[in-house]
Design a protein around this ligand. Structure first.
Ligand SMILES: Nc1ncnc2c1ncn2[C@@H]1O[C@H](COP(=O)(O)OP(=O)(O)O)[C@@H](O)[C@H]1O
Ligand SMILES: [Mg+2]
Length: 242
């Protein structure tokens, strides 16, 4: 991962799963222009855990939303696993998200009237996987993240916060995407549970996943292979410089 100030992204693009160049996202609100991303140049290698630090409002969520195609750049470019995100439109965005990225949110965002296993099956169903196969895969993933058969049949409200986040991670893995985006994934958890969740996310590197965690918790950032800091929509520090 490099910042524009001293290197160009091009040297490293072949190894990179994400390359952003002069990436900007501005929001107009009344008379003011908010520069949520203000010229981000970054490359992110495959198979690592990356922490994005920065205070509230520094642009972390906006950057994750760009990678996940939940939002589009005002200018600049972002290429994710060979896909130019600003060029995908309409229905292809949904497919892109289902295939390329798994999302993990601070508030879990599970569907409340579905059981844990149904939540994990859903993304596979949306990509047209066969019924038997998707159920078997969902069970395997839930076992893997430590959700037993009894809990698999429960709705989110009947699970603890840590269990809900485990289900969310299983759901993020359902379609085997190369990238997992976790936005403040431990923000609603006590520190011990949070550490377990971070370990679980970290373990995904073993199967080549690129795990990107936005956090303002320094303990979480310390677990990452690469740490970058955002300030006012810019990357101001990047541990992979050296
Ligand atoms: N939809 C939006 N409309 C207007 N301003 C926004 C919107 N989303 C984010 N912002 C602004 O962009 C800046 C970066 O926000 P965000 O990416 O959420 O930061 P972080 O995740 O680091 O807290 C903030 O100033 C925020 O208020
Ligand atoms: Mg945020």
């Amino acid at each position: 991962m490099n910042n524009s100030s001293n290197t160009t992204a091009t040297n490293n693009t072949s190894k990179s799963i994400i390359v952003a160049q002069e990436l900007a996202r501005f929001y107009k609100s009344r008379a003011t222009l908010v520069r949520a991303l203000d010229g981000v140049n970054v490359w992110i290698p495959r198979g690592k855990m990356i922490a994005i630090k920065g205070s509230s409002g520094s642009g972390k969520t906006t950057l994750l939303n760009m990678i996940g195609a939940l939002d589009k750049p005002t200018s600049g470019s972002i290429i994710v696993d060979g896909v130019d995100v600003s060029k995908i439109h309409g229905g292809s965005e949904v497919k892109y998200r289902l295939k390329k990225v798994g999302f993990v949110f601070q508030s879990y965002c599970l569907i409340p009237n579905m059981t844990a296993i149904e939540n994990v099956i859903l993304p596979m169903e949306l990509l047209g996987a066969k019924g038997k196969q998707r159920e078997a895969k969902a069970r395997e993933l839930l076992e893997r993240v430590g959700i037993d058969v009894t809990r698999q049949a429960r709705r989110p409200a009947k699970l603890s916060g840590g269990e809900q986040q485990r289900v969310a991670i299983a759901r993020a893995l359902a379609n085997d995407p190369p990238i997992i985006l976790a936005d403040e994934p431990t923000g609603n958890l006590d520190s011990k549970t949070g550490r377990h969740i971070v370990e679980l996310l970290r373990s995904l590197r073993q199967e080549g996943k690129t795990v990107i965690i936005a956090t303002h918790n320094p303990d979480i950032a310390a677990k990452a292979d690469i740490v970058m800091e955002m300030t006012d929509g810019k990357i101001t520090e990047n541990s992979s410089f050296n």
